[in-house]
Design a protein around this ligand. Sequence first.
Ligand SMILES: [Zn+2]
Length: 137
Amino acid sequence: MSFLQKIKDSLRKFMVGRRGADELSLALLIVGLVLSMLSSITRVGLFYLIGLVAYGFSIFRMFSRNVEKRYAENMKFKSLWQNGRSGVRQFINRVKNMRKYKYFKCPECHARLRLPRKVGEVTITCGKCHHAFKQKA
Ligand SMILES: [Zn+2]
């Protein structure tokens, strides 16, 4: 066996039972990278420290043998990330259409609703909980 093959082989043995990088680990690496760049630009040591913690946690997660726990963490991260992204997208949409629609929430279930501007006061029924209420727009 050549030297390179030995390295490959021992690496493969080392990685048995470990999952390697998932989305959360990659995100932590990026956060660590951004923070260490920030610290070198701003000379704020705290950024560097937090960046190191992010790196450390990322590496710990990649080599962790507790696959189930890491998987659950990753799933939680992904759902938070998705919610954040769709929240930002919805917010941008609301700002874009602010002149055309009045946005408000259902007083019962807090579902977000909208009415075209200048319709006056109308009785509307929430599509989610079927609660009827009056709303001006
Ligand atoms: Zn409702």
